[in-house]
Write a protein that binds this ligand. Sequence first.
Ligand SMILES: NC(=O)CC(=O)C(=O)O
Length: 294
Amino acid sequence: MADAPNPFQLPNITKFKIALCQLSITSDKNQNLDRASRSIRLSVEQGAKLLVLPEMWNCPYSSDYFAKYAEDFDNRDASPTLSMLSEAACCHGITIIGGSLPEWDHGRLYNTCCIFGPDGRLKAKHRKIHLFDIDIPGEISFKESDTFTAGDQPTIVDTVGRIGIGICHDIRFPELAALYRKRGVDIICYPGAFNVSTGELLWELVQRARAVDNQLFVATCSPSRNSTGSYTTWGHSTLVGPSGEIIVTSGHEETTVIAQIDYSNIQLQRKSLPLDDQKREDIYKFIDAHELNP
Ligand SMILES: NC(=O)CC(=O)C(=O)O
């Protein structure tokens, strides 16, 4: 289903606008779809070529809702969310990193990000690899693995540059970002829904860390704070540049964040600070398992 990434392809576009659609999520799926559609339209009017939606935007982020709101992506007649995304991408000629949605596949549930190209075709599907299980007594207890099955593939798409995908908790794992870096990714997009406890402490930190370690762009998109249910999201959708600088960030309210990306900053940063040349592969080595089993 996913296009095979070409590691030697240069970005076909180096400067463009990205939109982070920080949506307010309700328990009414149709309303969520309408809101997303409106935010996509607004982003396009402001010139965005790449759009990122939040983690779980057609459904409240709650284990009680995931199965009820899930769609079978292979049956488009039964997947109003995918139909809307595909139509929007095609009609506006843009790339949509479709946040994440609960996906049914052969009796299993996945937390899945669908990526649509400007022709409206599904370019790839990323199933959240690291499920979010957390227990901080008195603060937050959540266990995605009670409901979801974990994905087992990294996901790279070539559209406006080379894009790596992760979903929320995936951002905590530097190995995934390093793998994307090694395969020539320009930007990693992480739809996410950090909660208020971990959000305040870690959200900005992990984004900047993944960007600066790998000298690439990192974009995140979260639902806004007023999500339905017991889980309170942090918000603060953000774009970070290749030297770890915050280019733009939002508060916790519903909003559409637009920012300019210039991929030439990646080369500038890597020229000034050539980390790849300075790596001591004689002491340590990053191994991409796909290279071991080509
Ligand atoms: N949805 C998530 O994966 C949430 C997360 O990682 C967090 O810290 O909150």
